[in-house]
Design a protein around this ligand. Structure first.
Ligand SMILES: [Fe+2]
Length: 376
């Protein structure tokens, strides 16, 4: 039996049901903040490393063979597998620990795009974040809401001979550090983040889209539009392939709407979200596929591993169809959980404030908390 598995092998093993158990040996605080989470639930237990070593004899009786041992960087877990092997238990360690898990990106091809287009939804399981690569083989592509790890996007573009021409953040994210400006600079693409969110001047080049602006993909004549959908943030912009697909950022999720409070103007933005829903989303083709920038619960992931719904299903929610704006605002603002206090710092970094690599790693810990009213 191999001593270790990679983050991708762990992710696939969870999806296939071949991972029987996860033993997380980080300390209790770290475990409480976030855990490894795949596309379906997996039995899991937290036993800090020093307890696990001290009580290895008992522990070995309590976990199954094939258990995946997880620690912060893969060192403690690597030690523990030998201790458990001495007790007769065959376990494996997660290579690179949760730090490596945090960087895992998993692309899945998007079906049903217009002829001549190709696209991918790229999941980041550690943060429940979704980014996108959509383009025309042999021509140009866009990358939307990229994480800080460019390899996956570069590989997808290269696979189809596409040049990355636009890198887009649908809004200034509060939950994770954007990889957008760096990726755009690396490949010579133009970068777009709403000015209403990032401010008029940023230390990186920014070419915010206007409402309804057509995004060109090189010579391709296929239509991709940027549509302003304020609510989650003042500048939130969705990317639409009319009649086919809309990338909703944090405006609409498979379950729930984006929380409107992260910029400190909850009621005002909830009112904007109300108008976005009724004036901008409702008139679109109900068969349009909706792909957001996050999921909250594994139940939002379908059997193909995709996080998607349709506008018709979004409009089955009583919150979304609430006609009374005051009632809508009361429901959405009244049920908001407190946002993590470091979200303000992340927004500043995504608007151009310098941050060290260490600070970025700390700021990125934990699953996103961008949704409000996840009951829909
Ligand atoms: Fe967001």
């Amino acid at each position: 039996m191999a001593r270790s598995i990679t983050p991708r092998e762990l992710y696939d093993g969870i999806a296939e049901g071949s991972v029987p158990f996860v033993l997380d040996v980080r300390n209790q605080d770290e475990f409480a903040t976030w855990q490894v989470e795949g596309t379906r639930p997996v039995p899991m237990r937290n036993v800090p490393i020093w307890v696990a070593v001290e009580e290895s004899e008992t522990l070995a009786q309590e976990i199954p063979d094939g258990t995946v041992v997880v620690c912060a960087h893969g060192n403690g877990s690597d030690l523990l597998i030998d201790v458990l092997a001495d007790e007769g238990r065959e376990v494996v360690t997660l290579e690179g620990g949760t730090a490596a898990w945090a960087e895992l990106l998993v692309p899945r091809e998007i079906r049903g795009l217009p002829d001549g287009m190709v696209g991918y939804q790229v999941a980041r399981p550690a943060k429940a974040c979704l980014s996108y690569v959509i383009g025309v083989p042999g021509q140009g592509c866009i990358v939307v809401d990229p994480a800080r790890f460019p390899r996956a996007y570069l590989d997808l573009a290269e696979r189809h001979g596409m040049r990355i021409v636009h890198v887009i953040d649908t809004h200034v994210h509060a939950d994770h550090i954007s990889g957008g400006p760096a990726l755009a600079e690396q490949v010579g693409a133009s970068y777009h983040v709403p000015m209403e969110d990032a401010g008029a001047s940023t230390p990186f080049a920014n070419a915010p889209f206007g409402d309804g602006e057509v995004i060109d993909l090189g010579d391709a004549k296929l239509e991709v539009l940027a549509i302003k959908m304020p609510g989650h943030t003042p500048g939130s912009t969705c990317i639409s392939i009319p009649g086919h697909l809309i990338l909703t950022g944090d405006t609409v999720f498979v379950r729930g709407l984006g929380r409107p409070d992260l910029t400190g103007k909850a009621a005002e933005l909830a009112a904007e979200l109300f108008h976005t829903i009724h004036d901008r989303l409702a008139p679109l083709d109900p068969a349009t596929v909706v792909m957001p920038a996050h999921w909250t619960f594994p139940e939002e992931i379908d059997d193909d591993g995709m996080v998607q719904t349709t506008l018709a299903r979004v409009f089955e929610s009583s919150l979304v169809t609430e006609e009374d704006m005051a009632a809508f605002i009361e429901e959405i603002v009244g049920t908001l959980p407190a946002a993590p206090d470091f979200y303000d710092t992340i927004r500043l970094v995504n608007s151009g404030r310098a941050a060290t690599a260490e600070e970025i790693e700390t700021l990125e810990i934990g699953k996103n908390q961008c949704a409000a009213s996840t009951s829909m």
